[in-house]
Ligand binder design. Structure first.
Ligand code: DGL
Length: 270
């Protein structure tokens, strides 16, 4: 369906925390007039250390309730962990279009010259068959090195609260890729967690010259814009961010306001 009855119906962006802001930023660039509700399931953060069953149940349950309450025109799961595990299930239970975020292996495979691609994601993401399928479809004949970097999620969360990221943690994630067979030849790095582009300057410093980073935010924004291309948008009030557990507003509130999220609330506690 390409029309909507209510021009103020929001796009619902969902993540376990602030990672989805990287998708929001890309979305603002092409659909600045679109009303957005951002949901950060901080009561469930981090998703990356949970089981598939825990993530699927949590994401389907929350998005079911939120969609009923907020009546969004589209839901974007701005989280690789939730998307690689639960995208199919969420699509089955929701009636609105659902856009997921999956590791950008296809563009990375098109860019690499050495044929060695690194992939940083959560522990849950890197073990998914979804990633195996992307690798088989788009990176045949190339080397895909995967490494779990859960500490980077915490680093990105703290950075949004004004705390400088720990360089040793960033360096360790890069080393985890480089010390694998073929690692020194890596020239392309997939940021397979929406939190990680928030650390792009620090990652670039740790990587040094000659490694390009790739993530899916722009592609997802374009996909959303395409699905909503004939729709009207009216922002009736300032965009909101909903958390599922208490947060200290402080520095975070002013950073969120820079993304146009000027109202904060806690709902769906659990
Ligand atoms: N932002 C999420 C992702 O893209 C995961 C962070 C978490 O572990 O909750 O995978």
């Amino acid at each position: 369906m390409s029309t909507t009855p209510d021009p103020s119906a929001p796009i619902l962006l969902f993540d376990s925390g602030v990672g989805g802001l990287t998708v929001l930023e890309a979305l603002r660039a092409i659909l600045p007039q679109a009303p957005v509700v951002y949901v950060a399931d901080n009561a469930g953060l981090p998703y990356g250390s949970k089981t598939e069953a825990q993530i699927a149940a949590r994401v389907c349950g929350l998005l079911g309730r939120l969609t009923e309450r907020l009546a969004p025109r589209l839901v974007c799961i701005a989280c690789n962990t939730a998307s690689t595990i639960a995208l199919g299930m969420v699509r089955e239970v929701l009636e609105v279009p659902v856009v997921g975020t999956v590791p950008a292996i296809k563009p990375a495979a098109a860019l690499t010259k050495t044929g060695v691609i690194g992939l940083l994601g959560t522990a849950a993401t890197i073990r998914q068959e979804y990633v195996d399928r992307l690798e088989a479809a788009f990176a045949k004949g190339k080397t895909l090195l995967r490494y779990p970097a859960p500490q980077l999620v915490a680093c990105a969360e703290s950075k949004l609260r004004g705390k400088a990221p720990d360089r040793a943690v960033i360096a360790e994630a890069v080393e985890g890729l480089r010390r694998q067979p073929g690692g020194p030849a890596m020239d392309t790095l997939v940021l397979a967690c929406t939190h990680f582009p928030l650390l792009e300057p620090e990652l670039a410093e740790a990587l040094g010259d000659g490694v390009r980073m790739v993530h899916g935010a722009e592609g997802i924004a374009r996909r959303i814009a395409h699905l909503l291309e004939d729709q009207e948008f009216v922002r009736a009030e300032a965009d909101e961010i909903i958390f599922t557990a208490h947060v200290e507003p402080g520095e975070l509130a002013s950073r969120l306001a820079r993304y146009g999220l000027e109202r904060m609330s806690v709902q769906c506690k659990g």
